[in-house]
Design a protein around this ligand. Structure first.
Ligand code: PMP
Length: 389
């Protein structure tokens, strides 16, 4: 009970700071229209960018392998957990990312932590973008290398910090491909140029770009036509399943298999999820249609909100942050959206800078034009009602 008293005091502080979080229960599959806490809502906040999470072809692939291999993998990859399906999926990811090899992790979070905690050594430095994902930050914290943070996608700042870092044994630049709160695309071509100039390695976390950016959905590397040293990704967003991966050279993958603790000591992904992910990648590679639908929805939402007078951040990606400013206003806005049957959360400091609280919309290929029009109507009427436009 003493522990509970102390924890409750800490939770009170979390509440006072406006940072208390709690679950909302999704009572249906991740369709654009879902029942959340018993209420019907059109969801504009899921990462299921291509609507694959409940695609029949993925369900069929998982189901078939589920009957063959059972539910759990029952061991780590280096003991009893490695199956043909893990191998097939890794080969597929390598072909998809145009690298020599790939390695699966149980999540993108663990892939980032595994790479950053094992690859850079003492005497090396990691240059990390200010807005990189929490898993990159945690990976840097676990690394024996020093970490230097550069301003968000600020190439001048990165260059200055690279110059200052020339005395380190090795330099690693780590960046998200698409930033999850801002929807910005990292200028990977410029980052690669700086890396060449200052003799650095590039690690890109392509969680939000995989399946989305590039002609075949190959991500930011394909979008810019570059080849970073380490490409990290997740299967949990556009691919629609679960798990993370690293793609790169055969030597990199062999190194991680032997040194990344979040790979060695984790239980292997279930083979059924590998099969569903394999099916998803086939769909992503073969059909451009879903990506075309996605981008036409993104353009419609973004352009219309800007025309209405909203400040919308970011590049052309499924993440559309609509800046509201004040935290309370953003919460009020999100509540009004929910009352109108639209689910899109308010994002507040410290996740985003002070005065930049926002509604973070994500758009996917399955949103119908009726759903998009309704979202825009709500933004128009709520914006007027709350004197925001
Ligand atoms: N990187 C980024 C940029 C992310 O947004 C996320 C998911 N929120 C992750 C990594 C972690 O991926 P996963 O959900 O597969 O652990």
């Amino acid at each position: 009970m003493v522990l509970d008293n102390w924890l409750n005091q800490r939770l009170e502080k979390t509440k006072e700071a406006g940072l208390y979080r709690k679950f909302r229960t999704m009572n249906t599959a991740p369709l654009p229209e879902m029942v959340i806490d018993g209420r019907k809502q059109i969801v504009f906040s899921a990462n299921n960018y291509l609507g694959l999470a409940n695609d029949e072809r993925l369900i069929y692939a998982a189901e078939t392998v589920l009957h063959e291999f059972g539910v759990g993998s029952s061991g780590s990859r280096l003991t009893t957990g490695h199956t043909d399906w893990h191998q097939k999926l890794e080969e597929k990811i390598a072909r998809f990312k145009r690298t020599q090899a790939a390695l699966l992790f149980s999540s993108g979070f663990l892939a980032n932590v595994g790479v950053l905690s094992s690859l850079p050594e003492k005497g090396d430095v990691i240059l990390s973008d200010q807005y990189n994902h929490a898993s990159i930050i945690d990976g840097c914290r676990l690394s024996k290398a020093d970490t230097v943070v550069y301003n968000h996608i600020d190439m001048k700042d990165l260059e200055e910090k690279l110059k200052e870092a020339l005395s380190y044994n090795r330099r690693f630049i780590v960046t998200d491909g698409v930033y999850s709160m801002d929807g910005t695309i990292a200028p990977l071509d410029q980052i690669m140029g700086l890396a060449k100039q200052y003799d650095a390695y590039v690690i890109v976390d392509d969680a939000h770009a995989t399946g989305v950016l590039g002609e075949r959905g190959g991500g930011t590397s394909e979008y810019f036509g570059v080849h970073p040293d380490v490409v990290i990704g997740t299967l949990s967003k556009a691919v629609g399943t679960e798990g993370g991966f690293v793609a790169g050279s055969t030597a990199l993958i062999d190194f991680l298999l032997n040194h990344a603790r979040t790979f060695i000591f984790q239980t292997a992904m279930p083979p059924s999820i590998c099969a569903a992910s394999y099916a998803a990648l086939e769909i992503i590679e073969e059909s451009k249609e879903k990506r075309q639908l996605l981008f036409s929805n993104i353009k419609k939402v973004k352009n219309s909100l800007i025309e209405m007078g909203y400040t919308v951040k970011g590049d052309l990606t499924p993440i559309i942050p609509v800046i509201i400013g004040d935290s309370q206003d953003a919460v009020r806005f999100a509540e009004r959206l929910q009352e109108n049957g639209i689910y899109a959360p308010a994002i507040r400091p410290p996740t985003v800078p002070n005065g930049e609280s926002r509604i973070r919309l994500t758009v996917n290929s399955d949103h119908s034009s009726e759903q998009i029009n309704y979202l825009l109507e709500c933004f128009h009427s709520i914006g007027k009602e709350l004197n925001m436009i």
